[in-house]
Design a protein around this ligand. Sequence first.
Ligand code: PLP
Length: 409
Amino acid sequence: MTETLNIAAIRADFPILQKVIYGKYPLVYLDNAATTQKPRSVVEAMTEEYYNVNANVHRGVHFLSQQATDLHEASRETVRRFLGARSTSEIVFTRGTTESINLVASCFGEAFMKEGDEVIISEMEHHSNIVSWQLAEQRLGIRLRVCPITDDGLLCMDEFEKLFNDRTKIVSLTYVSNVLGTVNPVRDIVRISHEHGVPVLIDGAQSTPHMKVDVQELGCDFFAFSGHKIYGPTGIGVLYGKEEWLDRLPPYMGGGEMIKTVSFERTTFNDLPYKFEAGTPDYVASTGLARALDYVTGIGFDAIEAHERDLTAYAMRRLMEVEGMKIYGPGAEERDAVVSFQVANIHHLDMGTLLDRLGIAVRTGHHCAEPLMRRLGIEGTCRASFALYNTREDVDALVEGIRRVSQMF
Ligand code: PLP
């Protein structure tokens, strides 16, 4: 195993991993694609802010308000650096990936799409990257064009190219599938889309925790991710958008913060990124998010990637030793830290419930990707997903657990 990470020290940063569930120890937490656990540094920074700094940001002349504002804006700078964006004007705080995608679907749709115009998505999208566009479909009469995937769970790139026409206005695709773990060729996707003069939104919910991102190098026009999937708090996420696009979009929600002046006759809107941040932002969560990003960059993505790739390959090898095992998606080389599987005819819910009794947390069901389930001809799967604190022992416990559950059937 690649021992570039000090796993024992890392695990000690996450108190919840010490929890005993149903008398089982240690907890085997393999539901990281749904949400990750939080290190002490994140929780402590947020507690400290509530205890010692708390005041509403941006509109106070008093000491605490200014201190809270400084912290919030410093967090925005941390996000900018993390994403490699040019300016903090391009960093919009949202509630998460879902809100970021909805913002683009709503505002980009309103500004640049009319009846008959098209958005390209794919068969492997999370509901948030399907339904947000369907809402625009209902409102504006736009059309969704869906890029198919191969039986191995890879995007059909030939078909992708064929989907472009003069009605194509935007491409919105996931970087990494939350079900199959497929890592999509984002650079090719951006290059091809731009050759057709079409901007690209990347759903980075599942890529951001596992691989270094540089939005300028990727060249994408929009990029969305969630704090809670990268060891940060719930309720905060980010929309990165190139300034030239964000500038041309109308506001998403109306309220305080997003205006310059208001009168009953005419309201003018604030500069970027505040134009998209109506209401009191979650300024404590932004601090937590910044500490989470510090945490992963402090460890380093080279080490994280090496560890998680090793773990994923090991998991696939070990799982395939189980009789009746079917793993969905591509080989270990083309996937990130997610393995969805089905064992013989054992229902995924039964498998997940019984694994839970053994102290092993996996996710079961359609994983908010019903169209993908339909494409695979199944109702759901069991899904094990890894984070930097998982170990080969966790994988061994999973394999052993699956064997025990299989024997019961
Ligand atoms: N996109 C993908 C690929 C996801 O896996 C998820 C969550 O699982 C989302 C979007 C939505 O993220 P959130 O619920 O944090 O907004």
